[in-house]
Design a protein around this ligand. Structure first.
Ligand code: UN1
Length: 494
């Protein structure tokens, strides 16, 4: 019998009563015997109810003028600001992100709510001259209808805010399924919408695993799926959406490289590598997982990293000073362990880490040692596939051409960085990098909400989140032609 509190689904503005035969629990990855809460494992029936509520709420929500919708977002931003510390505390215990980082995760949602509130007054279309006098041509944005929003656990407030807020400001209604590893954060998000008075049915929260996710993707009344997660799941979603002629926006994996050039400020590069590779215990799609370093500075960079890693504060994510928390679950530990083992059999050299912590006090949680692998070559699995853990692979190069070719020689293209004091050289490299996000003299993580976020190649399907361009995902253009002359005039012919 679950002993932790039950947090219900939220459908059509009402908190649903529990169906006790279909529940699951969320656990603290730092203390896996501690349950955070009990949640509904939503079935296809619950998804049907949520989609119906969203469908019925859509016409009135679409009809509410966007500046009025925006006013609710300013209230939402203010509400979330009052919850910042409380949510960060819960986030640290539910998914293991250190408290200081968790504050940043919530801050991202506050910024996104303010930003999208403003977009309520700027859902611009455009007007353009016609071929004919006294004919008017314009194009306006229209919402899609019901959007299915499926989000990951690693940014359990920020990433939902990147999807829910633009979808809803644009006039869509949503069915929101947070990851089953961070359902409490999803519950808090729905609670915020409820508290500030969004109308019933505009946002519907359904908890659960892939049963719920698949039911959303397969539902005929859902017009768009927005998903952040693994490339494998993204492939399945894209295929199903194609079969149903459903729109889909995907943010998927990364194999992000940081190039450290011979003229780099090495102290700055080392600091950036530590944060990029080991922040969030490497569990970011933007995490730095490859260090591509010029041979002349390799020894200095690697020695600098190895000197600093022992002083990283690894431990209880709820403590303000903690810098690295646990991985999310046993599967994550097993995957990282297996990928490190494979790298070693393929010829990589272990410089530090490589194992789960087995000594008290970290032995209980899913803590993995910050790991640096040397002698990595681009053909190894560790140089090609996403680890989603605190593992940095070192690849040594002699020329810029080689560095760029290796950086680009993976199926992913999310984030990339270069450290060099020569801005011309750095810009030349950035121009060639196959990545949606690029950084000069900064790590591969840390995107801001008002610039486009997303990747090329298999890191996504071409959509961008954040910035005002995110509205392209959640709206469709409608062209309006107005003939004012009471005559038939034929375009391309008269
Ligand atoms: C993710 O890793 O899933 O740029 C998103 C960053 C964060 C978002 C990462 N603002 O690292």
């Amino acid at each position: 019998m679950p002993t932790s509190p039950f947090y219900p689904n939220y459908i059509n503005g009402a908190w649903q009563s529990a169906n006790p035969s279909e529940t699951f629990e969320s656990y603290n990855p730092a203390q896996p015997n501690v349950s955070i809460g009990t949640f509904q494992a939503s079935t296809a029936e619950a998804i049907n109810q949520a989609v119906l509520a969203a469908k019925q709420a859509f016409p009135a929500w679409k009809a509410l003028p966007a500046p009025k919708r925006g006013e609710l977002f300013f209230k939402l931003a203010a509400y979330i600001a009052t919850k910042k510390e409380a949510w960060a505390t819960e986030m640290a215990t539910e998914m293991g992100k250190p408290y200081a980082e968790a504050l940043g995760d919530v801050q991202e949602a506050i910024e996104m709510a303010t930003f999208m509130g403003g977009e309520g007054r700027r859902l611009h279309g455009f007007q353009t001259p016609s071929e004919f006098p006294n004919k008017w041509l314009m194009a306006i944005r229209q919402p899609i209808g019901v959007c299915g929003i499926i989000t990951p656990w690693n940014f359990p407030i920020a990433v939902p805010s990147w999807k829910l807020f633009p979808a809803i400001i644009a006039g869509n209604t949503v069915v929101f399924k947070p990851a089953e590893q961070s359902p409490l954060m999803g519950f808090r998000m729905a609670e915020a919408f409820d508290a500030v008075g969004f109308p019933a049915g505009v946002i519907n929260l359904v908890q659960g695993n892939e049963v719920a996710g698949k039911a959303i993707v397969n539902h005929a009344d859902v017009g768009l799926i927005s998903f952040t997660g693994s490339t494998a799941t993204g492939t399945w979603i894209a295929t199903r959406c194609a079969e149903q002629h459903k729109l889909c926006a995907l943010e998927l994996g990364g194999k992000n490289a940081c190039i450290v050039w011979e003229d780099a400020n090495l102290d700055l590069a080392i600091e950036g590598l530590l944060w990029g590779a080991f922040g969030t215990a490497g569990q970011r799609c933007t995490a730095t997982s490859r260090l591509i370093v010029h041979r002349s500075v390799k020894k200095a960079v690697v020695e600098g990293l190895l000197a600093k890693i022992p002083s990283l504060k690894i431990g209880n994510p709820s403590l303000v000073a903690t810098q690295v928390g646990p991985l999310i679950d046993t599967d994550a530990v097993a995957k990282v362990q297996r990928m490190v083992a494979t790298a070693l059999t393929q010829g990589a050299t272990l410089l530090c880490g490589g194992k789960r912590f087995t000594e008290p006090p970290l032995h209980e949680g899913f803590y993995f040692q910050p790991t640096v692998l040397d002698d990595v070559v681009p053909t190894m699995e560790i140089a090609q596939e996403e680890v989603f853990g605190p593992v940095l692979s070192v690849i040594t190069v002699d020329s810029l051409e080689e560095a760029v070719a290796i950086a680009n020689g993976v199926r992913y293209g999310l984030s990339a960085a270069i450290y060099s004091q020569d801005m011309g050289l750095a810009m030349g490299v950035v121009e060639q990098l196959e990545a949606g996000l690029t950084y000069i003299n900064a790590p591969t993580i840390g995107a801001e909400t008002h610039v486009p976020f997303g990747g090329v190649k298999q890191s996504g399907n071409g959509h961008r989140e954040a910035s005002n361009l995110v509205l392209d995902t959640y709206t469709q253009w409608k062209t309006i032609s107005i003939e004012t002359t009471r005559t038939l005039r034929k375009a391309q012919m008269d």
